[in-house]
Design a protein around this ligand. Structure first.
Ligand code: NAD
Length: 341
């Protein structure tokens, strides 16, 4: 297994986490050979940590893509930069792995997917929550038919972000539909993953409570009908004040033919059957989880392994749900997802 070189766009925030993982857990598979960030201080501090010299550090991704010949490009900048940066990297011949959401608009996301298709280069999107022991166990329960058929799923995300900037950065509190673009994209993707189907129709509501720290809607309810007959209901709340189900602790309840499965914080899986003791057990551990799983899956793909499950062609389905949710929030009408793809 040869080490894959990486041009990394973004150096702090989530990108700082990427750099840590790539150099620690995946240090024998990935080597960062170029770094881009618009923040000079962050760029020089991270560059020094990585042992990079001046001509490997860039403020402008276009210059970096023209000068650095890496085996792939990693992108962990705010959403509106993903598509232009990915397109530039793909045009320079570099496969791309990029943070969610794919982009800030449907047009930008489709342009990125079209460039991946045109160049034939791998392009994967991060959906780290799929790769958690409890989520993987629920999918095994469904696939193996341990509780018969699945009828519907309830999902709940609730974070106490009532203080401005409590969700990391100002931009997350200032942008339109941050619940959907920054939060629900994970949960909509999870509904597809847990249900084992793609969404046919989505409908819902969004609102901003008076005490919200967000300029736009922090909360919403969204319903989906999937193409395999499974229905889903989702509660999203970035202004939670009581029972929280925040990152890595989101609550999912799946109603099967022969029982109910419940997951939330930790690896515990609870199975309820009418008039029986609740079955509680820890989901089997995973050797690779979260971002590490996705980075490993991606470099394996570059070496001829199977394509990432969350490659852009597939993940457009999850991103379309964000756009459809935004539109149903505005006009109250059900949205057919096929119309967005
Ligand atoms: N998968 C997850 O669990 C998860 C969690 C948090 C954030 N994210 C995603 O990560 C991405 C980044 O979020 P964040 O909170 O780290 O953002 P951020 O504002 O902290 O930015 C990340 C880095 O990108 C740099 N940057 C900004 N604009 C740039 C540009 N045009 N060119 C080069 N560098 C630029 C910033 O200076 C910063 O160092 C978003 O898409 C977000 O949705 C994912």
């Amino acid at each position: 297994m040869a080490v894959k070189t990486c041009l990394m766009i973004g150096a702090s925030g989530m990108a700082g986490g990427w750099i840590e993982r790539m150099t620690q857990q995946l240090g024998d598979r990935i080597q960062i050979v170029g770094l881009v960030d618009v923040n000079e201080e962050v760029l020089s501090a991270q560059g020094a940590k990585l042992g990079l010299v001046a001509d490997q550090l860039f403020a402008d991704y276009r210059e970096a893509c023209a000068k650095v010949q890496a085996d792939f490009c990693g992108i962990a900048t705010p959403p509106q930069f993903h598509s232009p940066q990915a397109i530039t990297a793909l045009e320079a011949g570099m496969p791309v792995i990029c943070e969610k959401p794919i982009a800030d608009t449907l047009e930008a996301a489709k342009a990125m997917a079209a460039k991946a298709e045109e160049t034939g280069l791998p392009c994967a999107i991060i959906q780290n929550y799929r790769y958690a022991p409890n989520k993987q166990e629920v999918v095994r329960i469904r696939e193996e038919g341990r509780l018969g058929r699945l009828q519907h799923i309830f999902g709940r995300y609730a974070c106490d972000y009532r203080q401005y900037k409590s969700w990391g950065k100002e931009w997350r509190h200032d942008m339109d539909f941050s619940l959907l673009f920054e939060g629900s994209v994970h949960h909509f993707d999870m509904m597809r993953f847990l249900a084992g189907g793609d969404c046919e129709v989505l409908q819902g509501f969004g609102w901003n409570p008076a005490w919200s720290s967000f300029k736009h809607y922090s909360s919403g309810f969204y319903l989906m009908r999937m193409d395999n007959g499974v229905h889903t209901a989702y509660e999203g709340n970035s202004s939670a004040a009581g029972i929280t189900s925040c990152w890595h602790r989101e609550y999912y309840r799946l109603e099967f033919e022969e029982g109910t499965v419940e997951i939330g914080a930790g690896d515990e899986v609870r199975i309820y059957r009418v008039e029986q003791e609740v079955e509680v057990y820890a989901a089997p551990t995973m050797e690779w989880a979260g971002h590490d799983y996705l980075f490993k899956e991606f470099v394996d793909w570059l070496e001829g392994g199977k394509a990432s499950a969350t490659r852009i062609e597939d993940n457009l389905q999850s991103f379309a749900l964000v756009i459809a949710a935004m539109e149903t929030t505005m006009d109250g009408q059900p949205k057919r997802i096929a119309d967005y793809l």
